[in-house]
Design a binder for this molecule. Structure first.
Ligand SMILES: *Cc1c(COP(=O)(O)O)cnc(C)c1O
Length: 429
């Protein structure tokens, strides 16, 4: 430590010297990937059923799930794959889907395109996933589906979710878009629900650029999901149910396929994922251990029965009471001035968005019914208002000095609490 401990926000020298961005994502392609993309360009730029890289990606993905799923179907996005999952599970007008109040909207938004209703349940503040008690309390006669999002990569309490689903006769969708490679009680997520979806969008841990994949063990769900997005060849070849196969020429009217170029990118990302996963694990475990000594932070939690916490966006909670009530926005200003890449997470509670809040949905005028949202003071609201968004470090041991500099910046702010409170008082007298 230098003798002058003045905060950079108040004219001192910053702790972190590495220029932004600190999270560089997605990682660049290697020569083999570029060569394969070029080859594909001159071989076939269209989509032929699941021939070529598309079928290869689907097989790789089933291997990645260690035999826990029988069928994998690619889509042009995670949102499309979720749409297909909800369609396959029979979501339609009058059907309710229960999901978490604080997550990425696309986990549940496709329900509205099927004229279904979304009911929001509160989250568990530690795992950031569906809280089983509020989930059970939200079930009504019309509920048919539970959407378990493994938020930021930490698995949901799947024993509790599956037990509730069994007792009430509900189907379960796992949204694994944050959670590639995450395990619950030793088993990969995506192998617990009736269907599971992994987004492969550019920001995700396994990325196609744009793309998504649906996995299931249920042949009927596979057939319906396939017919929603893959008419002609693929439905003719892959749909097994006789009655459903009659629709192979048209499917159910939509084309939601993944391009072979995205499949090539995704295969390479999947192949290099285990090494990145290991490095991230080292980085974030190290970061979490260090952050435990910062009084105003609650580091990201990892339950005993899981093998990783939040991989996908590291988001500890701020405890303003340990900083004399300093507003989160001023804390963020101070940390940014120290050279940190930090912000407030961008996703609001779903209940505050027009599609969810009971406003008229222009897609189906007059048909919208108001979803129930957890009351103010909910855990979802607490996390929304107290989380800090930090980089997901992926280079070990390369990122270790940067992680340590982050920890030092957090501590420096702690030491300068009173000066920062005086600064905040000047901002809003
Ligand atoms: C990214 C994401 C989606 C949507 O996936 P896209 O591929 O971007 O359409 C859905 N749910 C969650 C939790 C996500 O993070």
């Amino acid at each position: 430590m230098t003798t002058d401990d003045t905060l950079a926000l108040l004219g001192g020298a910053p702790v972190i010297h590495q220029p932004l961005p600190h999270e560089v994502w997605p990682p660049p392609a290697d020569e083999a990937e570029l060569a394969e993309l070029a080859r594909q360009r001159n071989t076939d730029i269209s989509i032929r059923g699941n021939a070529g890289p598309i079928g290869a990606l689907e097989r790789d993905f089933l291997d990645f799930l260690e035999g826990g799923a029988r069928f994998a179907v690619t889509f042009n996005s995670g949102t499309s794959a979720l749409f297909a999952a909800y369609f396959a599970l029979g979501v339609r007008e009058g059907v309710r889907v229960i999901g978490p109040a604080l997550t990425y909207h696309a986990a549940l938004s496709p329900v509205f395109a099927l004229r279904g209703d979304v009911v929001l349940a509160d989250i568990d503040p530690a795992s950031r996933c569906l809280d089983p008690k509020t989930l059970e309390a939200a079930i009504t006669e019309r509920t048919k589906v539970i959407t378990a999002v493994h938020q930021w990569g930490h698995p949901c309490d799947m024993d509790a979710v599956l037990d509730i689903a069994r007792r009430y006769g509900l189907r379960v969708v796992e949204d694994c878009s944050h959670a590639h490679g995450s395990r619950y009680k030793g088993r990969p997520v995506g192998t617990f629900g009736d269907a599971a979806v992994f987004s492969l969008q550019a920001n995700k841990a396994v990325f196609a650029g744009e793309g998504g994949i649906l996995v299931t063990n249920d042949p009927l769900l596979h057939d319906r999901a396939t017919l929603l997005g893959h008419y002609r060849d693929r439905s003719r070849d892959a749909v097994l149910d006789e009655d459903l196969r009659a629709f192979w020429v048209t499917g159910f009217g939509l084309k939601l396929r993944m391009s072979p170029f995205n499949a090539i990118v995704a295969r390479h990302a999947l192949a290099s994922f285990p090494a990145r996963k290991k490095a991230r694990h080292h980085c974030l475990n190290h970061f979490t251990r260090q952050l435990r000594s910062v009084s105003y932070l609650e580091p990201v939690h990892t339950a005993d029965e899981v093998d990783m916490g939040a991989w996908y966006g590291y988001k500890p909670l701020y405890r303003p009471e340990a900083m004399g009530g300093l507003p989160r926005s001023v804390l963020i200003d101070a940390l940014r001035a120290e050279g940190m890449e930090v912000g407030a997470p961008s996703g609001p509670r779903l209940g505050t968005l027009p599609l969810y809040s009971g406003a008229e949905n222009p897609l189906f005028p007059g048909a919208f019914k108001e979803p129930s949202s957890p009351a103010p003071g909910s855990h979802a609201e607490h996390v929304e208002q107290h989380a800090l968004s930090l980089p997901t470090f992926t280079d070990w041991p390369g990122d270790e000095p940067l992680i340590d500099a982050y920890v030092e910046a957090f501590r420096k702010v702690e030491r300068n609490r009173d000066a920062l409170l005086r600064h905040a008082a000047r901002l809003s007298p």
